[in-house]
Design a binder for this molecule. Structure first.
Ligand SMILES: C[S@@+](CC[C@H](N)C(=O)[O-])C[C@H]1O[C@@H](n2cnc3c(N)ncnc32)[C@H](O)[C@@H]1O
Length: 295
C-alpha cells in the first residue's frame, strides 16, 4: 500500500483497531502503521478520545489512552457480537420462535443450539429470512449441514414477515443487518410497535455506524428535534458517544416508548469483509444493540 493509502486506512480505523490489527488488515509492517498514526495525530486526523481530557496530550497519555480503547474494543468482534446475542437468547427464559437473518453462515442460530443443547425441552424454533437468492440457497444448505431446522423461511424482504407477524408471535427477533439505521426505520419501528415479541424476549439489532442521511434530512430532524445531539455524552467506559451512535440509539429509544430497555451497553465492533484479492480484511464499523421487551 502507498503511504497515503495506509494513512487513509488509519484515519478510518485508528480508533477501533490496534497497530497490530491494522498491520494485519493492511498486510504491512507495524512500523509503517505507527508512522501513519503519528502523522494522523499531528495533522489532527485522529482525534483524542473522550477520556484524554487534555487538549495538549503528552506522548505518554496518548499512548495510554490508545491502549485503553484498543484493549476495550474488539478488533473484528463479530463473533463476540454473535455470542452475546446467542447467550442472551439462550438465557432469556423465553422460548418460542426466533426470527432472524442467518445468511449463509447460520452462525448465531448454531450458537443458540449449542448453548441450549443440554436442555430437554425444545426451546426454540427458527424462522430464517434472506432476500438474496444465492445466500438463501446457501443458508438452507448450511442449516442442513449444522442440523438447524427451520420452521419456515422467506426470500422476501424481512419487512414482509415483520408486517405479518401477530402480537406475541415471536420469542426473539435478531436483526443482524448490514445497513444504515434510516434504511431499516420501518423494520425496527414495526417490530417494536406491533408488539410481535413476547415480554422478556430480546430484540437484537446490528447496524453500520455510518449515515448517508446528513444533518437536516427528515430522519435526522425527526430524531434530533426530540433528543438533540449531546456533544458531551460518554458511555459507561468513558468513551465519547459519537453523533452517529446517538442518532441510532436515540431513534431506538424514541420508538421503544418504554416497552424495550437496553440489556447491556451497546457493543461496537467491525464486520469482516473480503477485499479484491480475496483476503479477509476489516470492514465497516458496526454497533450491536440488545433490547429486551419489558412491558
Ligand atoms: C450481516 S448478514 C447476517 C449474518 C449472520 N447473521 C451471521 O452471523 O453471519 C445480513 C444478511 O441479511 C440479509 N438482509 C439484509 N437486510 C435484509 C432485509 N431487509 N431483508 C432480508 N434479508 C436481508 C443480507 O443479504 C445478509 O445476507
Amino acid at each position: 500500500m502507498t503511504s497515503v493509502e495506509i494513512r487513509e486506512f488509519v484515519k478510518d480505523n485508528g480508533n477501533v483497531l490496534t497497530n497490530q490489527q491494522m498491520a494485519i488488515a493492511c498486510g504491512e509492517p507495524r512500523t509503517r502503521i505507527s508512522s501513519a498514526i503519528s502523522k494522523c495525530k499531528l495533522s489532527g486526523d485522529i482525534k483524542l478520545f473522550g477520556w484524554l481530557k487534555s487538549e495538549q496530550p503528552t506522548k505518554a497519555n496518548v499512548k495510554k489512552g490508545l491502549k485503553r480503547i484498543f484493549d476495550k474494543v474488539d478488533a473484528i468482534g463479530k463473533n463476540q457480537a454473535r455470542e452475546s446475542m446467542a447467550m442472551g437468547v439462550a438465557t432469556s427464559g423465553v422460548g418460542g420462535m426466533i426470527l432472524s437473518l442467518p445468511s449463509y453462515t447460520c452462525a448465531i442460530e448454531k450458537l443458540i443450539l449449542d448453548y441450549t443443547r443440554s436442555s430437554t425441552n425444545n426451546l426454540f424454533t427458527f424462522f430464517g429470512v434472506e432476500r438474496k437468492e444465492l445466500a438463501h440457497k446457501e443458508m438452507l444448505a448450511t442449516a442442513d449441514r449444522l442440523g438447524i431446522e427451520f420452521e419456515g423461511t422467506s426470500k422476501k424482504d424481512i419487512l414482509y414477515t415483520i408486517e405479518r407477524a401477530k402480537e406475541n408471535d415471536l420469542a426473539h427477533v435478531l436483526l443482524d443487518l448490514c445497513g444504515q439505521v434510516h434504511k431499516h426505520e420501518q423494520d425496527i419501528a414495526l417490530t417494536i410497535n406491533n408488539d410481535i415479541i413476547k415480554v422478556g424476549g430480546l430484540f437484537c439489532i446490528t447496524l453500520v455506524r455510518r449515515l448517508a442521511c446528513g444533518n437536516g434530512t427528515k430522519f435526522r430532524e425527526k430524531i434530533e428535534s426530540i433528543i438533540p445531539y449531546d456533544n458531551n455524552l460518554f458511555d459507561s467506559q468513558g468513551n465519547r458517544v459519537t453523533q452517529i451512535d446517538q442518532v441510532i440509539l436515540n431513534f431506538i429509544k424514541i420508538e421503544s416508548k418504554g416497552k424495550f430497555e437496553l440489556v447491556e451497553e451497546p457493543f461496537r465492533y467491525c464486520d469482516p469483509t473480503i477485499n479484491d484479492e480475496g483476503k479477509k480484511v476489516v470492514g465497516s464499523k458496526m454497533i450491536l444493540i440488545m433490547l429486551k421487551r419489558v412491558k
